[in-house]
Design a protein around this ligand. Structure first.
Ligand SMILES: Cc1cc2nc3c(=O)[nH]c(=O)nc-3n(C[C@H](O)[C@H](O)[C@H](O)COP(=O)(O)O)c2cc1C
Length: 419
């Protein structure tokens, strides 16, 4: 079957009953387009016009599910300056603030879900003086040029407060018109820290056995259901297929986890991998190169454990043919895309209309493609032409911006921080 036909098929989510119009998912990407004023933390994290513009572009791209980039549920534990924030103690109306971006993402039929997060020990020292985590621990310095203060173990009270914050975040998203919420439980952020036996050394009900380490995730799901009783609200999760670090969350635990997530009526499970300590946004195995997806071999092993929930695999997909193969071979039902949708926010539309066979080349060196994507998101936000990183000279210019040889563009009067 023609890849466009395979990828153009709709799919029903089993628990919410919501229909995803095609097999593409825009994976969460930190936009750094929300208000930022370090002296007034309570006023940080409001979506700006630029944030809405970016989702307008992605909405026009017809991606089946659009996931809003990570939204911390606590204003003290950000992933970066300029994050969107939903904090129950903020004085502004988050429902009204998020409505326009959600509406823009959904304007052409996409489903929109918001990714709720807490950076835990991965909150960099530029935004966090005292990070918290499952245990006393420290994220190694120097990852992506970031440094971290040592994190202290969260108290029992703080853990219950975090659970309540996720539920509050989901309720805000629901009231703002979003179709669902995604728990960010991948990439070494707080929930991933709880899951990892390497980071989580607790001896209470939140640490030790797999059941205890995963307890926080299931308490959050329970709390969301209590706060948002509407069954049609999607609960999704992004989890690691593997932490890619000895002693971390393993694929065996991932297989157990997906079975438990299904029991908890989680609609959409997005598989990824790696943490700041062991980044995995490139091929770890030669054997997966042909199939493009970084995590497809893990997904093949995890797939038999998922009977009802819909499985998405994100990372590495660039061409329609391997994307469609992953769906046809039932490795996953949905393919997640991130960096390609920064260069071409309408890539799914072009593939579905038979106008493209896949993403344009990216001539930026692979380790710099994430900051390059942020530069492209900011161009979308500011209605500037998106730097075409397929062109060598543009890729070189973008690289010079990243390494500080050239100034980064920043709209005059922007309320979000410079990149
Ligand atoms: C600019 C940028 C920001 C990202 N921010 C997030 C995020 O907020 N939450 C998340 O789960 N993953 C985040 N990621 C990871 C992507 O969602 C995705 O898992 C990864 O880039 C691999 O997919 P790709 O090969 O299609 O880019 C980010 C990636 C990029 C490039």
């Amino acid at each position: 079957m023609d890849p466009a036909k395979v990828l153009g098929q709709q799919i029903k989510l089993p628990y919410s009953g919501k229909i995803v119009p095609n097999r593409f998912l825009k994976s969460a990407m930190t936009e750094r387009l929300c208000t930022w004023d370090p002296d007034h933390r309570a006023e940080c994290g409001k979506p700006t016009e630029g944030y809405i513009n970016a989702y307008k572009r992605w909405g026009e791209g017809l991606t089946g599910v659009i996931v809003l980039g990570n939204i911390p549920v606590h204003r003290d534990y950000l992933e970066a300056a300029g994050n969107a924030i939903i904090d129950k103690n903020n004085p502004w109306d988050a429902v009204e603030a998020f409505k326009p971006a959600v509406a823009a993402a959904k304007a052409h039929g996409s489903l929109c879900i918001g990714q709720l997060t807490h950076a835990g020990r991965q909150a960099p020292d530029t935004v966090c003086e005292q990070p918290v985590s499952a245990s006393d621990t420290k994220c190694p310095d120097g990852v992506m040029g970031l440094n971290f203060q040592p994190a202290r173990a969260m108290t029992e009270e703080e853990i219950w407060d975090a659970i309540d914050r996720w539920a509050f975040g989901a309720e805000v998203l629901y009231k703002a018109g979003a179709d669902g919420a995604q728990l960010h439980s991948a990439h070494g952020y707080l929930l991933s820290q709880f899951l990892s036996p390497l980071v989580n050394k607790r001896t209470d009900q939140w640490g030790g056995s797999f059941e205890n380490r995963s307890r926080i995730v299931f308490e959050i799901i329970k709390a969301i259901r209590n706060r948002v009783p509407d069954e049609s609200f999607i609960i999704s999760i992004k989890i690691n297929s593997h932490d890619f670090i000895d002693g971390g969350f393993s694929q065996e635990e991932c297989a157990t986890m997906v079975e438990k997530l299904e029991e908890a009526r989680v609609d959409l499970i997005e598989l990824s991998g790696g943490t700041y300590e062991s980044l995995a946004f490139e091929h770890k195995k030669e054997s997966t190169r042909r199939r493009e997806g970084f995590f497809v071999e893990f997904a093949d092993r995890i797939r038999p454990h998922v009977k009802k929930s819909v499985l998405c695999v994100t990372g590495g997909f660039r061409n329609a043919e391997p994307m469609a193969e992953a769906v046809k071979q039932d490795t996953c039902q949905i393919v997640g895309l991130a960096r390609p949708l920064c260069a071409e926010p309408d890539l799914p539309k072009k593939i579905l209309e038979g106008k493209s066979k896949g993403a344009a080349e990216n001539a930026v060196e692979s380790s710099l493609q994430t900051p390059a994507a942020v530069i492209q998101i900011h161009a979308m936000a500011e209605n500037r032409p998106i730097p075409d990183t397929a062109k060598k000279e543009v890729a070189e210019e973008v690289t010079e911006m990243i390494i500080g040889k050239k100034p980064m563009p920043h709209a005059e009067g922007a309320k979000y921080p410079p990149i």
